[in-house]
Design a protein. Structure first.
Lengths: 432, 432
């Protein structure tokens, strides 16, 4: 990677941009991922679900009937808040996690990413603070940066964010006079850390936030994808007036529809609808009704169970690969979701190692992507959602050879790192 | 209409909102339009296209084949910039208006509304000024308000925005030290004014902006829907480095897909892609590929010609209705698009008259929606896109009775107006 900026053409509009646009820079790993998307590279980088597991024939037939029978609605503008019927079905989905709400509490969005963007838009002034786990979802960090907020990371352990560390951080921020707008969490099968906030801690975290008047943003795309157990109750179920819940069909059906949702307290929901209408007028009726008809006519819960089994098999593949080929690293064994979070052997730097990995035809996301201020170089995120178990094993083998030669460098020169560029701001969307 | 705020529940998060959210208020005409959507009301309010004119059987079959044959792409995450194949096809569409560009210059968005939101996001600081026509598109005004910008309206006549008035406004703003970020225009079959920027004026306007270093935002959803003539060359074709062109499939195919696009100078395009990835990760592959396969396999230009004829017939219906039933008003005869802009007889107020119109089972959008500071009460926008010609005539007849009784009030009391609430901020999306 060269330190040369990607675009060398002069920008005649450089002086016109808004302050918030100045932080919008392509991350230096983007160019690399263009290479990583080549078929010969095993990508353990992306968060792309296994769409091949879906009943495509049946979905195609359902959508055809939808267009023919209800095309005048499906291809028309719709409600800014989202289709009423779909909002009722979303209640059925969320009931599996103990969320009780009313269809009017739900705002349907262009993926839950848009819900996150809208929440940030209505709450964040420049300089406001978001408290998030350490590490945190790269796409959320990008949103917070776009609204010129700061992020304070709070440590996690195997049971998720640590309550005492959260209290300590909030005390410190308060003492510093820095306004905390919300606590952003991915409580289930965390991206990238793979851990789940324990049952014990959920009420503690909700209570800490409630006592201090801080909203909780519960981002939950993976909650139904546990391999070994039933879903835990959502944090929303513990304090509906203090939690904005974000859900998505991207991982339980397909991200190509771009349909997610937010459940929010009444007045917040009103603002979210207005902000969404301003941003996109309304979510896609075609996508919403396609999902609605799928939920009506297909055993969607059975499909989720199939996905769980497929992802468990892939999780098993990556863990056994790590055990066999990279025993000098450490990792967690996720009980669901798409990711494992790997700590590299002492002295290795996941960011500077990435070009060598891509050369060896394997890709991952360096840990630095998941911290607002560029920490995390001693970790990497490995995704096991997309490649087959065989390809996953091959990818881990390739990664092992890269790590081995890095370790030789460390032994010889004392370090394998070299000075890296700044934090990762906007990696490509398929990493999310 | 009561002056009572819609939500009377207390908002515990009231103190947490960002400054930009304070301006996000539901317009007081929203509640009214919930009533106006009842089937017994003839809506001359909405900008909903005539989806019934589409070949739904064929589109359903095409999408079914798409999902079965390419479902693993269509239901997956895609590129933040949009599908490469669709971007190439968009070039074919824009070639009809003289736009020459490269697929890499295009960013596909969730309707062109999102493109507008992204442009505002990367350019507008609070207090910046956008120069727009008087009147201007209500959805654009909502976006500018969401980014806390101010809007300066410049008069139009039958040939569109008036160059000398534009220069005068820009001189004045410069003298006042107010930073103008861009000039926002709907040059073809203007929403709501129905007029088209003349061939003579296009290079003049582009040159005025170029000389002063001001970007032009050319919002063009209706350009291919001229009734009597071929499309005029886009302003983009006159200065590609100084114009951001916004296009849409909402009016030439269907808004239910939520697919629009922006064509922008290289560096601006880069920022738009980053801003879009932050906001939604990527546009819907399902929607993009559905449109792509429609463009590939259907005579899309033939379909647009059919739409033109259908909308011309509706335009003729509304104009002859106005001539016959409301001769005391004045209006323009649009040569394309969806709207006519009606000046009410002296003393009438379109905003305060609206509840009476809805009671008489006809709806329109008051002119106040199309001005940033609430002017325009002497005008109304009538849409002729959605109802059949017969229903349009019935709607105009109903409107005539309302106007007549208003005029009687004026004769008796000297005025039919009563004090109205503030400006219309966020009307429902189907008014756009």
């Amino acid at each position: 990677m060269s330190d040369q900026p990607e675009g060398t053409r002069l920008d005649p509009w450089l002086d016109s941009y808004a302050a918030r646009a100045l932080g919008m820079k392509a991350s230096e790993i983007r160019a690399l991922f263009a290479v990583a998307n080549r078929p010969e590279v095993v990508s353990l980088a992306g968060g792309m679900p296994f769409i091949g597991g879906l009943p495509l024939e049946e979905i195609g037939e359902l959508i055809k009937r939808l267009i023919i029978e209800r095309g005048e609605v499906a291809l028309q503008y719709g409600s800014g808040q989202g289709d009423q019927g779909l909002r009722e079905q979303i209640l059925d989905v969320m009931r599996l996690e103990g969320v009780t709400a009313h269809p009017d509490d739900i705002v349907v969005t262009t993926g839950s990413q848009q819900a996150l963007d809208l929440v940030a838009k209505i709450f964040l002034n420049p300089g406001d603070v978001v408290v998030a786990e350490a590490p945190s979802y790269v796409g959320a960090l990008g949103v917070f940066r776009a609204y010129e907020a700061d992020v304070e990371h709070v440590p996690m352990d195997a049971d998720g964010i640590i309550p005492s560390a959260l209290e300590e951080a909030l005390d410190r921020l308060k003492a510093e006079g820095r306004p905390v707008k919300f606590l952003y969490l991915v409580p289930n099968f965390h991206n990238p850390a793979g851990v789940t906030l324990s049952m014990d801690r959920r009420p503690q975290i909700v209570e800490i936030a409630r006592r201090r008047g801080i909203l909780v943003i519960e981002d939950n795309p993976y909650g139904l994808l546990g391999f070994d157990s039933e879903p835990l109750p959502a944090m929303h179920s513990l304090n509906p007036e203090g939690v904005i819940y974000l859900g998505s069909f991207s991982k339980t059906l397909g991200p190509g529809f771009r349909i997610g949702w937010a459940v929010a307290p009444h007045a917040v929901k009103e603002k979210l609808v207005l902000a969404s209408e301003s941003a996109i007028l309304c979510p896609s009726n075609a996508s919403q009704l396609a999902i609605s008809t799928y939920l009506d006519h297909h055993d969607w819960l059975g499909q989720i169970k199939k996905f769980r089994e497929q992802y468990r098999e892939r999780r098993d593949a990556i863990i056994s690969g790590l055990e066999e080929h990279i025993p000098e690293a450490s990792w967690n064994v996720p009980a669901g979701g798409f990711y494992t979070w790997v700590k590299l052997p002492e002295g290795l730097d996941s960011k500077s190692m990435l070009p060598r990995a891509v050369t060896a035809r394997v890709a991952y996301v360096p840990g630095t992507a998941f911290y607002y201020h560029g920490q995390g170089a001693d970790h990497m995120r490995l995704s096991f959602c997309y490649p087959t178990p065989e390809r996953i094993l091959e990818g881990v083998r390739r990664l092992a050879t890269v790590i081995e030669s890095e370790l030789e460098l460390v032994e010889t020169f004392g370090t394998a790192t070299r000075p890296g560029p700044d934090t990762v701001s906007f990696p490509a969307p398929d990493l999310a």
